[in-house]
Write a protein that binds this ligand. Sequence first.
Ligand SMILES: Nc1ncnc2c1ncn2[C@@H]1O[C@H](COP(=O)(O)OP(=O)(O)OP(=O)(O)O)[C@@H](O)[C@H]1O
Ligand SMILES: [Mg+2]
Length: 334
Amino acid sequence: MDLVEKAVQRLAELKKAGIDAPVAAATSESAAAQSPAEAIPTPERFARALERAQPPDTRTAAPAPAPAAITAPAVHVRRQSAPAEAGQRSREVHIDLEALAAAGFVTPQAQRSQIADEFRVIKRPIIRNARDRVGPRAERANLVMVTSAIPSEGKSFVSLNLAMSIALEVDSTVLLVDADVANPSLMKLTHLPQGSKGLLDLLTSPDIKLPDVMLRTNVEKLSILPAGTAHGRATEMLASESMAALLEEMASRYSDRILVFDAPPLLATTEARALASHMGQIIMVVEADRTTQVLVKHALETIESCPVVMMVLNKAPRPEVGSYYGQHYYAAAS
Ligand SMILES: Nc1ncnc2c1ncn2[C@@H]1O[C@H](COP(=O)(O)OP(=O)(O)OP(=O)(O)O)[C@@H](O)[C@H]1O
Ligand SMILES: [Mg+2]
């Protein structure tokens, strides 16, 4: 059975199990615009696009691993509202949205751009899975990690665009977390002052609480949690018990929000794998024409524990690959 047949069989199994059918998009500022009909995602098209995106000498590489078998029934958990935080008000910062739009990002003012259209397709299943709490790790469905096999594939680009796109929904609130603590970039991308406290301070100082370091922005439903004060053992802290406890608290306390984590690459370090084991959904960014199928396969093997993995082919340069996209859902093997 080839990769496509496996993917089709897998989708049928997941549909049966009540997990949302795959819909996703990849992003490329240079890609040709597609008609809505062309934008219908299928695993076959993703597999074909990924195959075409490989450098010629790597095309014979082994296919991505078959998804693990479903071992847990779908569970539905009612959403709870976040407890009131009396007297706790986060600091507000101002994102220069014009500069962001000029740099090619989704903004409230540029909702009809190609990039906005692409992220509209990417975000749909993520929002649906978070709201419906479907899948084996239902209570964590609102924790969404963006990662990649190797550095520079576009994780921060996808994280910020995704968070902005979700925040533009009528009833979705987002917290964008800079979890790439060794190489933080979200404050720079949003032209916000560096040096704010954030995630690492939450892990090192028990007295600091999330609302103290979370930044509200001029995009009404978008808040940012910076990486925080640089720390010699920053990467170890991401894989620590304190981080696991913080993620559990975040998932339940902010159950009405979608938390998007801009994470480190999977094959360069080990902390991204540790983070992945706590996430409800993972978006794996794959850079077209650069990341080989072998690397994608190895990266996927490191996150087998996450029940929902979606793949986004980024920077697709050729019109025939176009704004190609694809998505795979995996059931937990536990
Ligand atoms: N779809 C895209 N179209 C054009 N440029 C892109 C796209 N995605 C990413 N880039 C550019 O590619 C470069 C790397 O992107 P980005 O910083 O988001 O990658 P990253 O995976 O977060 O890198 P790192 O591993 O260093 O954190 C940036 O210059 C970014 O602007
Ligand atoms: Mg980055």
